[in-house]
Design a protein around this ligand. Structure first.
Ligand code: TYD
Ligand code: MG
Length: 438
């Protein structure tokens, strides 16, 4: 400004540094002190990682999902909708493994509420220290004093730090709290499990903004009407992703379901129309489950399409392919699709089972309960091969399936397991012929 609005004089303003300048000066001194702290660049070949130790939890499915246990010094984000069972799972970990000294920081429930829950869950509570606190600086101080083997923070939305001037749960608070916990985990080698709420659509200010900060992201999913819960690994710096672990919520906590296929496949003997068994892959493990379809005449002008656990646009595409390539007039029909057990599926190998279930319901013709499907359907009605067919087939044979539908173009190194008849189909008309012998 040239002229002072108060006194009317010219050129009387002086420049003064504002607050951030001094802050950045101290930042750069911190930068230089870290250089002198002995951390130097090092050839990759000389780095020793044998010290990367894992803590085995007494829950084999969680261990498997993490890639063989919890890596020391890692920050694990456990996300999910409210009420899905995040607090229950994270309290079960110390209760199942009492030799682990666990600091359980609760910002949502009081100590007595946690105690009541732990009594419901059973197990040995001797190694578990409960700390109701929301101030993250005090949490880290307490952790430094207690020296636990594992820290659990429930939840990131309730924690706050003095360093950021906004309310708990805001984006800047969540980011700062998470990066402070990350620093604590790396410096102390204590693994930290951080719980975060995700809203229904999964994106609002919360765990999504943390995914790049943390080492592992586990997401808890499930249908509120079903007691099954699926824990999915979305990101894992120490193991493979897209694996799942299945749990059942019981009156006394979560129970691990070690063989989910057996629970997702129905027990009816002669087979009902409108169902088909799909063979999908979750990470490294083949998983078989039931796809259910209902096709009925549209009661009103426009036909309804509804899909639970499956992409509705993909269903529309598959119906359009059926209409165009096989001449089925599905446009005047309502189509409802459902994946068993509240599963959410995005493996394209599921297409063939979806198409078969729709056809089966349309003709009211059961496909048989010992038949399963794996194949992707292309826009021109061709059945495309899917990855790891041998492993899918081996799992199907193990579960007692007699017949499996696959693409004609399945790779030549495919191994047919004993006792399983493989039917290869090239396109939708061929599928219809072999399903209904028409
Ligand atoms: P909770 O772990 O509190 O969910 P989150 O922390 O993700 O918000 O789980 C709450 C639900 O779990 C609640 O609806 C009750 C149910 N539940 C059981 O069915 N059995 C149990 O043993 C426990 C502890 C909870
Ligand atoms: Mg909770």
């Amino acid at each position: 400004m040239g002229r002072c609005p108060a006194c009317g004089e010219w050129n009387t303003f002086k420049e003064a540094p504002s607050q951030p300048k001094s802050a950045s000066a101290s930042d750069s001194s911190a930068l230089f002190s870290s250089i002198s702290s002995g951390v130097t660049p090092m050839p990759l070949s000389e780095i020793d990682c044998s010290g990367e130790q894992r803590i085995r939890l007494n829950m084999s499915e969680v261990d498997r999902l993490l890639g063989g246990g919890l890596v020391k010094g890692s920050l694990v984000l456990l996300g999910g909708e409210p009420g899905i069972g995040k607090s229950t799972l994270s309290l079960q970990i110390p209760l199942m493994q009492s030799s682990l000294r666990t600091l359980y920081v609760t910002g949502e429930e009081s100590s007595s509420q946690v105690k009541m829950r732990s009594e419901r869950l059973g197990g040995e509570a001797s190694g578990c220290i409960i700390y109701p606190q929301t101030h993250i600086e005090e949490v880290i101080q307490a952790a430094a004093a207690e020296r636990p083997d594992l820290m659990i923070v429930d939840s990131v939305q309730t924690m706050f730090t003095d360093r950021v001037d906004s309310t708990p749960g805001s984006v800047s608070q969540i980011k700062e709290v998470a990066s402070m916990l990350l620093r604590y985990a790396k410096q102390s080698s204590v693994p930290v499990i951080l719980i975060g709420h995700i809203t229904k659509d999964g994106y609002i200010a919360g765990p999504k903004i943390l995914e790049h900060i943390v080492d592992v992201v586990l997401q808890f999913e499930g249908d509120s009407s079903s007691s099954y819960r699926i824990l999915r690994s979305i990101k894992n710096r120490f193991g493979s992703t897209s694996e799942i672990a299945v749990f059942e919520m019981t009156g006394s906590g979560l129970r691990e379901v070690t063989n989910p296929s057996e629970m997702l496949i129905p027990m009816h003997e002669q087979g009902l129309s409108g169902t088909a068994i799909a063979s999908t892959l979750d990470g490294s493990r083949p998983l078989l489950f039931e796809v259910q379809a209902l096709v009925s005449s549209a009661a009103y002008g426009t036909a309804q399409r509804s899909a639970t656990g499956f992409d509705a646009r993909r269903l529309n595409m598959l119906l359009a392919v059926l209409e165009k390539r096989a001449g089925f007039k599905l446009s005047a029909k309502d189509v409802f699709l459902n994946m068993a057990g509240g599963l959410k599926v995005n493996d394209p190998a599921c297409d063939l089972a979806v198409v078969s279930a729709v056809l089966s319901s349309n003709f009211d013709y059961p496909l048989g309960s010992d038949v399963c499907f794996a194949g992707e359907v292309g826009l021109s009605g061709e059945i495309r091969p899917v990855g790891q067919s041998s492993r899918r087939a081996a799992e199907a044979a193990r579960l007692g399936f007699k017949k499996m539908f696959l693409s004609t173009y399945t790779s030549s190194d495919f191994i047919v397991p004993k006792g399983l008849e493989v039917v290869k189909v090239s396109d939708i008309p061929a599928l219809v012929r072999s399903l209904f012998k028409a």
